[in-house]
Design a protein around this ligand. Structure first.
Ligand code: PEP
Length: 245
């Protein structure tokens, strides 16, 4: 039985002192894979502790090396001990102009360096209200598939993150999340990638994690705000242990 995966996304938060306290209060647990995706400057700090917690970054360059000022390559992330990198987070798509094709190229860059991309997909509220969830999520997934191919895709992780649920305190209901996860799973199975883990992200908290993680097809969570509070994050991780695979 595969373990659930719980990934903290610290976003643009942290300082050496604050991270020290947070990292000192989180840790690996039997029965769940725990990861933290931290800002680039803190990767080395997070790599040195805590043991058993996988390291990840929040974005990556599509380029490997060269005249790309300010960029950070997947190879550099691997060099620093990263296992994961988030690609296509809705904040990157909305605020930094990352389109579907670029997300595909970033996923490919991650895979090339041996990292596991956590590919974020999800619809806006307007898209949901227009009944376009499947179309939007399908388009985002197809774009990644077109660049990386089915075989490489099978080495990734998908995170379904409805945009309207991120940072709003309004998580998707279990039924809403489960329905989209089922569609993503059908799509993955069609690509011969049925074993890919599909996480849910969007206002997961200690008090709603149990219901979400118990739903069939939800393999864990991508956690934003609650990953900055050690007790809340560890409580979500314990919930993942309790809900099994
Ligand atoms: C996220 O940023 O990926 C996220 C899910 O944020 P939050 O948990 O704060 O909604």
């Amino acid at each position: 039985m595969a373990q659930k995966l719980v990934v903290g996304n610290w976003k643009l938060n942290g300082s050496l002192a604050a991270n020290e306290a947070l990292l000192g209060a989180i840790g690996a647990l039997d029965g769940v894979e725990v990861a933290v995706c931290v800002p680039f400057p803190y990767l080395a700090q997070a790599a040195s502790r805590p043991r058993g917690v996988a390291l990840g970054a929040q974005t990556v360059s599509e380029f490997q090396s060269g005249a790309y000022t300010g960029e950070v390559s997947a190879e550099m992330l691997a060099d620093l001990g990263c296992r994961y990198v988030i690609v296509g987070h809705s904040e990157r798509r909305a605020l930094f102009g990352e389109d579907d094709a670029m997300v595909g190229r970033k996923a490919a860059a991650a895979l090339r360096a041996g990292l596991t991309p956590i590919v974020c997909v999800g619809e806006s509220l307007a898209e949901r209200e227009a009944g376009r969830v499947l179309e939007v999520v399908g388009r985002q997934l197809d774009a990644v598939l077109a660049v990386v191919g089915a075989q490489a895709l099978a080495r990734g992780v998908i995170a379904y993150e409805p945009v309207w649920a991120i940072g709003t305190g309004r998580a998707a209901s279990v039924d809403e999340a489960q329905a989209v996860h089922a569609d993503i799973r059908r799509w993955l199975a069609g690509q011969g990638a049925a074993t890919v883990r599909v996480l849910y992200g969007g206002s997961v908290k200690a008090d709603n994690a149990a219901a979400l993680f118990a739903a069939p097809g939800i393999d864990g969570g991508l956690i934003g705000g609650a990953s900055l509070v050690a007790n809340d994050f560890m409580s979500i991780c314990r919930t993942a242990v309790a809900s099994g695979a």
